[in-house]
Design a protein around this ligand. Structure first.
Ligand code: UDP
Length: 326
């Protein structure tokens, strides 16, 4: 397959590039290096089946050319990370809505298959668990950046779904729950690289709120394996899938496990949400996916437990705290 990955130099995009090349596919990675990093894919540059294009999904003529050449598009480019979304809300909205519109429009023009990466954020404050794909969205005010991000990603999903329903474009929606692994940076807010960095440096681990909120973390290698399978499965077209782990952990416990596994002397400090993000910030108290649909279609099953994931991140961050993480 000739594939195009938007956001191909990002954390998830770079692991997907690697896997698709290993599987014998051709990969064009489009990335504007805003949050993606060339170092993430530098080791792939020069590979016969790989091409890196430094550009944005907002450049319609560039996206037009690249989508025409591809058979399958993995649309991963987006503004991500709660902290980034809160600091730069306008840029986040533009990238997420306009960018996706351009990618889907070109996929329609050339009738290409597109796998659209969405997010568990679309469920908002729904604390039911495990969340099924048809669960209600429960959102706060659209004037709070987190909910505007959730809405922007929901618009991406609606666009993808309507292009399928009305125009017959083969689209697949994948809702990524918390994903973690080497090359993820804590710079945009993600909790595990943050805690691991703090634990290694012997600094206090900054737990936001009361730390009783829970999440489930899936290793990026399990994520990209599922994305590749979904792109090849005809039964995935026109459907939305949750992709995540079901091993639920409270953030307080996560901090303790990281301290222990890193053999660190760090303490935990609790930071109020208003200080960590912005006044009136609302967090999700619980977020657990129901992955039955994905299990049935592609036999999805995580291959790594949370402790393995934490160890992997500790090891790669110890080797290269700021630099290249393989
Ligand atoms: N979090 C934390 N300390 C940090 C960063 C995040 O306690 O330094 C918390 C955050 O408030 C949330 C959870 O960890 O409850 C997961 O945060 P992340 O940004 O990784 O993902 P998301 O909020 O999108 O699930």
């Amino acid at each position: 397959m000739k594939t195009l990955i938007t956001g191909g130099a990002g954390f998830i995009g770079s692991h997907l590039s690697e896997l698709l090349l290993q599987q014998g596919h051709e990969v064009t990675a489009l990335d504007n290096l805003s949050t993606g990093r060339y170092e993430n894919i530098a080791h792939l540059d020069g590979h016969a089946g790989f091409q890196f294009v430094n550009g944005s999904i907002l450049e319609a003529s560039l996206v037009d050319k690249l989508v025409e050449r591809a058979q399958v598009v993995f649309h991963l480019a987006a503004a991500v990370g709660v902290e980034l979304i809160i600091k730069r809300p306008l840029e986040s909205l533009t990238t997420n809505i306009k960018g996706s519109e351009i990618v889907l429009d070109m996929a329609h023009r050339y009738r290409r298959k597109v796998l659209v990466a969405s997010t568990s954020e679309i469920y908002g404050k729904n604390t039911n668990g495990p969340l099924k794909e048809d669960e209600d969205r429960i959102l706060g005010s659209p004037l709070k950046s987190r909910w505007s991000y959730s809405t922007a990603k929901a618009i991406d999903e609606i666009l993808a779904y309507i292009y399928y329903k009305e125009k017959g474009v083969p689209t697949v929606i994948v809702r990524l729950f918390n994903t973690v692994g080497p090359r993820q940076t804590g710079a945009y807010g993600m909790v595990i690289p943050r805690f691991v960095g703090q634990a290694i440096a012997g600094k206090p681990l900054s737990v936001y709120g009361d730390g009783k909120q829970t999440r489930c973390f899936l290793h990026v290698k399990d994520v990209v394996a599922a994305l590749a399978k979904l792109a090849e499965h005809a039964g995935a077209v026109g459907e939305a899938f949750n992709l995540g782990s079901q091993e639920e952990v409270a953030i307080n416990e996560l901090a303790q496990r990281i301290i222990e596994l890193a053999g660190s002397n760090s303490q935990v400090v609790h930071v109020p949400y208003d200080e960590a993000y912005e006044e009136g910030f609302e967090d999700m108290q619980r977020r657990v996916p129901d992955t039955t649909k994905l299990q049935r279609l592609i036999g999805f099953k995580p291959t790594r437990k949370l402790d393995d994931i934490i160890r992997d991140v500790i090891e790669t961050m110890r080797r290269a705290p700021q630099g290249v993480q393989r």
